[in-house]
Design a protein around this ligand. Structure first.
Ligand code: COA
Length: 372
């Protein structure tokens, strides 16, 4: 496009295609350092948040909500657990919404219908209940009731009908914590835009869910697993070259902010290595991990040759696929599971946005026709 003749403002706006590099909010919630490959959530390094026992998701949610709202949420763990129980009691009238074939469509429809008017914890607590119940109903099985004595990660696994495993619950908890917030990503921005209009919580979360569904945001880990399956017994390079020649992107590679490897990939690799150690009878985890590293390296080399000026390295979705697979989550539910974790950040951003009181309303440069 010819930029000559544009005002300085128009030129800056045009150059910021996709809002890249544009700062539209101040936040205390998380910081993404794309050059150094660092992620800070609620003031802590992401990799330091996942070393303890299950229940860290509730802990990070508490810190995020306190930062967002400016005051600590009362009785968070108890209210979140009660929200799961209350959502389960509301399943029956949701009927058709829960059986929609796409799990993200089902989550969006069930939440909009079942959680309208709920408060922040009511909306978040209901998400794992809807994801699990709709998965069971699609499989022709009865939903499993939540247990208010459990933390989110272990209760989600139980509601999905997965076998009880402390090690796997810890790995899922680490996943939920690590994806809880990530600066002004597309879904968080969408939620903040709706919050800025003064709308209530559920429509903000609906906007976040809609944005998260797309393959350029939260829809990538299922396709990553398809890629690992397709290359499992072959040389990955030829398969990857075929994808690129066909004009398709390599899922799980590249990021808008990171110019180095996504730090969350390290956190998930570490969680996987720990799980592999704890489940020594399960040699599949270590084999998948080794294969994923081979595919990642081959993809990195090919993408560097094609885009020497734009480093395209593994992003969060690459190892998300392996971690969630190892935990036993069906791949069709990967994006919906991401939503359960990211909802923590959405809720805190909604509170933070409300405190600014300013409508988010950018401008567009008109390039259409005018009447003569
Ligand atoms: N595979 C192949 N090429 C890729 C690529 C990928 N994963 N990611 C980016 N590129 C290429 C683009 O085709 C573009 O090439 P061009 O300049 O020749 O057109 C160039 O790199 C820059 O890409 P762009 O789309 O401007 O980058 P972005 O910042 O808008 O995109 C993503 C970031 C994440 C959307 C992008 O890297 C992507 O689509 N990745 C795959 C999907 C994915 O893993 N999503 C999860 C994100 S956490």
């Amino acid at each position: 496009m010819d930029l000559m003749g544009l005002s300085a403002g128009d030129r800056a706006a045009t150059q910021a295609s996709g809002l890249e590099g544009v700062v539209v909010a101040e936040t205390r919630l998380s910081h993404v350092d794309g050059e150094r490959g660092q992620l800070f959530i609620a003031g802590a390094r992401a990799e330091d948040l996942t070393l303890s026992e299950p229940g860290q998701f509730e802990a990070v949610l508490e810190r995020l909500l306190e930062l967002g709202a400016g005051e600590p949420p009362a009785r968070l763990r108890e209210r979140l657990a009660q929200a799961r129980v209350a959502a389960f009691a509301r399943l029956e009238p949701l009927g058709y919404a829960l059986t929609l074939p796409d799990p993200m469509d089902a989550l969006l429809a069930a939440s909009t219908q079942g959680s309208a008017g709920s408060d922040a914890l009511g909306v978040l607590g209901a998400l794992p209940v809807y994801v699990a119940a709709s998965a069971r109903l699609r499989a022709g099985q009865a939903p499993i009731a939540p247990d208010a004595a459990r933390f989110t990660a272990e209760d989600f696994m139980s509601m999905l009908g997965l076998p009880e495993s402390r090690a796997r619950a810890r790995a899922l908890d680490a996943y939920l914590v690590t994806v809880s917030d990530h600066g002004l990503n597309a879904s968080t921005f969408a939620a903040r835009v709706v919050a800025s209009t003064g709308s209530d919580v559920m429509p903000c979360i609906a906007a976040g869910l809609g944005a998260l569904k797309g393959p350029l945001h939260g829809g990538a880990p299922g396709p990553v697993l398809d890629m690992l399956d397709a290359t499992m017994n072959t040389e990955p390079r030829a398969w990857l070259e075929g994808e690129l020649s066909a004009g398709r992107r390599i899922m799980g590679m590249g990021h808008r902010i990171y110019r180095v490897r996504d730090p969350r990939a390290f956190v998930f690799e570490r969680a996987l290595a720990r799980l592999a150690e704890e489940e020594q009878a399960n040699s599949q985890i270590a084999a998948r991990l080794a294969h994923a590293r081979r595919v990642e390296q081959a993809a990195e080399v090919l993408l560097a040759a094609r885009h020497p000026d734009r480093p395209l390295r593994a992003n969060v979705e690459f190892y998300t696929a392996l971690l969630l697979e190892a935990v036993g989550i069906p791949r069709a539910l990967f994006t919906a599971t991401f939503a359960v974790g990211r909802c923590a950040g959405w809720l805190a951003h909604i509170e933070e946005q409300r405190r600014t009181g300013r409508l988010i309303r950018p401008a567009a440069r008109y390039v259409g026709q005018l009447p003569d």
